[in-house]
Design a protein around this ligand. Structure first.
Ligand SMILES: Cc1cc2nc3c(=O)[nH]c(=O)nc-3n(C[C@H](O)[C@H](O)[C@H](O)COP(=O)(O)OP(=O)(O)OC[C@H]3O[C@@H](n4cnc5c(N)ncnc54)[C@H](O)[C@@H]3O)c2cc1C
Length: 425
């Protein structure tokens, strides 16, 4: 690790997983860090979120965080696949990838709280109710305007999520979200109703966390139970060509969720019917074309996380890649030092861009492998529905990688000052 960067001042916009990871990793390298979050209180909506072993190793490096996550996360040795009419297809186990590291799946808000508290405990300052409305940069500084106040630093990391305004303000890049043609009904609930129904009672097992996926033509339904059989989360991905509204809180209706799987197995209908309607959301799956660059003209502001690159959930990598961004940008800033911030941001972009692009594409390939499956083929080859577990995605250590390639990357950029990412690769 580079020597502590005790005089580097970092401003981070957005306290999502990308912003908080960048904050923690910059702070442990000695920078002073302020995170500006528009929400007035720590509030993370949502339901189940998955962190692969590539981000699991980032959590594990933060003292006390692994233990806190273990207490609330889902623990199962495998995922059972069944057909829409409830024929058992196969079980995908995770033992083979144990050496890649630990995965963490759990409630987004609960995991976020643990990371938030860790950031505070190491001296990250988080300012709530701080909506950034302007960005500025000079050759020697960058900053933002919040509630009429100008705040300056050496560098600004804009992790303001999929609806990022930094994209427009910093890069002048105005793009509309595009529909992916799909939406997801999502729910997080207690298991009281499941326990009452003989078809579903087994899911509320206090000793075993269950993970089951029912697959059918252009629809998939995944269920996970956790916290000693007291909690259950499910997602139902279905075709949806409606106009995209990038809202997480679009209400979902039980009758519409059932209508998306009309002739499916009774157990699927039972799980949906056991859901309190108030906890059901219908989330439109949107994507955006890759940006031509993530960094500002004077190279003192960069986008990180979903602001730079939204992910489809079927990649199971959105949050993990935002954490890899946070680690990588922190390594680059520490290696470059306060006097070379523009070089650090260019190196960050060059290191991350091709990997993010390739990982984003797995969202489409993973989804289509299930949704476009030939069912005659699947019945004869049930193992074909297993999730591809790419070792180049999961068996990856962002911190070590950034440390290893930083010097070479900087040399390449010095030799080619006009280098730009290639979104078509
Ligand atoms: C409400 C919500 C619920 C989600 N639920 C799930 C889920 O259940 N499962 C899943 O897999 N993924 C979920 N995601 C997506 C997942 O969390 C992201 O892909 C991933 O964590 C990327 O994180 P990020 O830090 O880049 O962005 P986000 O997690 O979106 O964080 C961005 C942060 O920036 C803040 N912000 C935005 N604009 C400003 C501004 N102008 N000034 C200051 N702060 C600002 C936002 O309030 C937010 O806290 C959810 C995202 C959101 C926003």
């Amino acid at each position: 690790m580079a020597k502590p960067n005790t005089d580097l001042k970092v401003l981070i916009v957005g306290a999502g997983f990308g912003g908080l990871t960048a904050a923690i990793e910059c702070r442990v390298r000695g920078a002073s860090v302020i995170v500006l979050e528009s929400n007035k209180e720590r509030r993370q909506l949502g339901d189940i979120i998955s962190f692969g072993s590539n981000s699991g190793r980032i959590f594990k490096a933060w003292p006390g965080v692994e233990e806190a996550l273990d207490a609330i996360c889902h623990h199962s040795s495998g995922l059972d696949f069944r057909s829409y009419d409830d024929e058992f297809l196969c079980r995908q186990t995770w033992g083979a990838e144990a050496e890649w590291g630990k995965r963490f799946n759990g409630h987004r808000g609960e995991i976020h709280e643990i990371v938030w508290n860790h950031a505070l405990s190491i001296g990250v300052e988080i300012r709530l109710g701080s909506k950034v409305t302007e960005y500025f940069e000079t050759d020697t500084a960058a900053g933002v305007v919040v509630n009429g106040e100008r705040i300056s630093a050496d560098v600004v990391l804009a992790g303001d999520g999929v609806r990022s305004t930094a994209r427009t303000i910093v890069l002048g890049f105005e793009d509309k979200p595009k529909s992916s043609g799909y939406a997801v009904y999502r729910a997080w609930m207690g298991t009281e109703e499941l326990k009452k129904d003989p078809l579903t009672a087994w899911l509320a097992d206090p000793k075993i966390d269950h993970h089951v996926g029912w697959l059918g033509p252009d629809v998939h339904f995944l269920v996970a139970t956790l916290q000693q059989g007291t909690a259950c989360s499910w997602v139902l991905t279905h075709k949806d060509d409606a106009d995209v509204e990038e809202s997480w809180s679009a209400p979902g209706y039980i009758s519409e969720a059932i209508a998306a799987v009309p002739d499916w197995a009774p157990i699927v209908h039972s799980i949906i019917r056991a859901t309190p309607e108030a906890s059901l959301v219908d989330w439109k799956l949107v994507f955006r074309d890759p940006l031509p660059t993530w960094i500002s003209p004077k190279r003192r502001i960069t986008l990180i996380g979903d602001a730079a690159h939204p992910f489809l959930p079927t990649s199971i990598q959105g949050a993990s890649q935002s954490m890899e961004d946070g680690v990588t940008v922190a390594v680059c800033l520490a290696r470059a030092g306060k006097d070379n911030v523009p070089e650090a941001l260019r190196a960050y972009e060059k290191i991350r861009y091709p990997r993010v692009l390739a990982t984003q594409r797995t969202g489409v390939t993973n989804r289509d492998a299930w949704h476009k499956a030939d069912w005659d083929f699947v019945r004869k080859n049930p193992e074909s529905v297993k999730l591809p577990r790419q070792d180049w995605v999961l068996n990856f250590d962002a911190k070590t990688h950034a440390e290893e390639v930083y010097e070479k990357t900087v040399e390449e950029l010095r030799a080619d000052p006009g280098w730009k990412p290639d979104p078509t690769l």
